[in-house]
Write a protein that binds this ligand. Structure first.
Ligand SMILES: [Zn+2]
Length: 645
């Protein structure tokens, strides 16, 4: 007897034998019991999960010549032995016609349906058409079908099997009963494979069958088709084909998942070199980049599901061992990490399909994963912004109130937060550069001592600092400090210290004193805006000139620090005995480094914003300010969603 593929040989002949579609078979058996037979059925779902199988069983049950309740046919299941059942099973029944709509011939036949439907069945009760791949039927053919469905002759039944029910016209769908098939569960497929292996006298290791069931990915037919190949290529041991996992993996061009578990560990530990070497070994062993990427995508997906739903979630249709493995990998990462990993690898997998240098793309994808963990989740970033903005607001408010109350312009600032600034007169005068750094440090972290600020935070700041990332990333929480990180930070710190020492001459120009005096004089003369801006500006000594970089754009600079204000500044400096020239410059993009955000009381007057308008309110908002500063962003438009009544 010719070899028959397993999927056909073991095709279920009774509703009860169909795995994983109980919701469909139960309903159909009930309908048969009650004699409520529709003229149109749509069976939808992935390939190889039993749609046409159930259509055939239903056709058999409808046309079975054995009466229900007899010994041969105790219930609504078809008897399987009468002429009708035998013919339908063999595919040569005159009253049950299977049409593959994917071929042109099928479409022609659909057009002829209307004609044929007028005639009564040759022998059996119903004339049944099973239309496979029904979504491929042309519009013209659907029209012919529709006319028949609108006024169906008593004896006519259509069964449409499709993977894309949405492609079937609504007019057809609304006249049919629609059954949506489920993907077959891993355990159901595995049980079926076991049973078949036993019947076929095959010596199969359970791990091998599990691999086949996994490869089926919810499709019984796919699993059986791979099993066919596996049996064909299996070594014979003791007179029986022997299925073992290594052989199955070789057949499918896959690698054991231990490889991916290891990769995840290396990614988690930030070991870029190890990741790339691991990949190199795999590729040198002859594995294709696309196959590896596909398998890794699956692994990541399972890991994410284990993370989200736990090891025993139904979302994991894999063996118990693999569940445990996915759960172990999931422990290493957050849900967000895994989501991003999956996203990156899916894109990498897509890229591989139409790129020349597949290897490079896969390498790039994996290296990205190592680095991805360093990115902050948006929520965390926002919370950082919020915390900082709140701090600024408290500080700014205290400052402003104090200034106004005492009318002294800018005396020693003791913010309401109670922190004593390093620039207060009581503290020993640091070099101007150190002072500047202190102020920046204040603005960002609200801590008084610069050294004390940097060093304890070393572990978390490390990575960002080493990479020269913006300071907000310094707040990135990360796995425990890693060796290269500490080195990077140490360099940064010593550089800063040396820089400050080297640049500070014997008699450093007392920029802070000049700053305070000039600001106070301006405030006294009614130039409040200029006073504020100048006090918040970045003051730097350049040769015998002082450069004051203000947090405004050029047009605004000319308006705020006008000729009169400049004159007041020079006069004040002369009175102090300061001989330096002073130059006011606009900040880059309207900001001057870290000075832009905190206490930028006048920033609301930048641009066209009108006091009290939504735009000015938005620009005044500390959260907005901080966000602008972090991302160096412009406000393009403001939508006023406030209640205007
Ligand atoms: Zn029968």
């Amino acid at each position: 007897m010719a070899y028959q593929v397993l999927a056909r040989k073991y095709r279920p002949q009774r509703f009860a034998d169909v795995a994983g579609q109980e919701h469909v078979t139960r309903t159909l058996l009930n309908a048969l019991e009650q004699g409520r037979i529709a003229h149109g059925y749509i069976f939808s779902g992935h390939r190889g999960i039993g749609k046409t199988t159930i259509a055939r069983i239903l056709a058999m049950a409808l046309n079975c010549r054995t009466a229900v309740g007899t010994k041969e046919r105790p219930d609504q299941e078809p008897c399987g032995v009468c002429d009708s059942c035998a013919e339908i099973r063999a595919g040569n029944s005159v009253d049950v016609l299977e049409i593959d709509a994917a071929t042109n011939r099928g479409i022609d036949e659909v057009r002829e349906l209307r004609e044929a439907a007028r005639y009564r069945p040759a022998r059996d009760r119903y004339k049944i058409w099973i239309l496979d791949e029904a979504h491929q039927i042309t519009d013209a053919a659907f029209n012919a079908l529709l006319k028949t469905l609108e006024e169906p002759p008593e004896h006519v039944i259509f069964m449409m099997a499709t993977t894309q029910p949405e492609d079937i016209p609504q007019t057809i769908r609304s006249r049919c009963q629609h059954f949506s098939f489920h993907a077959v569960k891993f355990d159901d497929i595995l049980a079926q494979l076991r049973s078949i292996a036993e019947q076929e006298q095959i010596d199969a290791e359970d791990a091998a069958l599990a691999l086949l069931a996994e490869a089926g990915d919810g499709s019984m037919r796919d699993a059986l088709s791979i099993m066919d190949q596996a049996i064909a290529s299996a070594p014979i041991k003791g007179g029986k084909p022997h299925l073992e996992p290594e052989q199955i993996r070789e057949l499918m061009g896959s690698v054991p998942n231990t490889v991916f578990e290891r990769l995840m560990e290396q990614i988690g530990a930030g070991q870029t070199a190890a990741v790339v070497e691991e990949l190199n070994t795999l590729l040198n062993a002859g594995n294709s980049p696309a196959a590896l990427a596909r398998q890794f995508v699956r692994y990541l997906r399972n890991t994410l599901m284990a993370r989200v739903g736990g090891e025993n979630t139904d979302l994991l249709q894999i063996s118990a061992d693999e569940r445990a493995r996915a759960a172990r990998s999931a422990l290493l990462f957050s849900e967000e990490d895994l989501t991003r990993f999956l996203q990156v690898m899916l894109r990498t997998f897509d890229d591989l399909n139409y790129r020349q240098e597949q290897r490079f793309h896969l390498e790039l994808g994996l290296v990205k994963l190592v680095h991805l963990q360093r990115l902050l989740p948006v929520e965390e970033l926002l919370s950082v912004v919020q915390i900082q903005a709140t701090g600024d607001r408290a500080q700014g408010a205290g400052q402003g109130a104090g200034d106004r109350l005492h009318g002294t312009g800018f005396g020693p600032r003791v913010p309401v937060t109670g922190q004593v600034r390093a620039t207060s007169p009581a503290a020993p005068k640091p070099s101007p550069f150190e002072a500047d750094r202190n102020r920046k440090a204040m603005g960002e972290s609200g801590s008084a001592e610069p050294a004390a600020r940097v060093l304890p935070a070393a572990e978390s700041v490390g990575r960002a600092a080493a990479e020269g990332k913006p300071s907000f990333q310094a707040m990135a929480p990360g796995p425990e400090a890693k060796p290269p990180v500490t080195v990077g930070l140490a360099e940064t710190v010593s550089e800063a210290t040396e820089g400050a020492l080297a640049l500070a001459p014997d008699a450093p120009p007392d920029l802070d004193r000049i700053r305070d005096a000039v600001s106070a004089a301006l405030a006294h003369e009614g130039h409040e805006t200029a006073a504020n801006l100048i006090h918040q500006a970045a003051w730097t000594q350049q040769g015998n000139a002082i450069q004051v970089e203000l947090a405004v754009r050029k047009p605004m600079l000319a308006l705020t620090v006008n000729a009169e204000a400049e004159a007041i500044c020079r006069k004040t400096m002369r009175a102090m005995g300061a001989t330096q020239k002073i130059a006011f410059v606009p900040g880059e993009n309207g900001t001057s480094g870290a000075k832009a955000g905190p206490g930028k009381a006048e920033s609301g007057k930048e641009g066209p914003a009108i006091a009290g308008s939504a735009q000015s309110a938005a620009m005044e908002n500390p959260l907005v300010k901080k966000t602008q500063e972090l991302f160096n962003a412009d406000i393009r438009s403001v939508l006023d969603l406030r209640d205007t009544n």
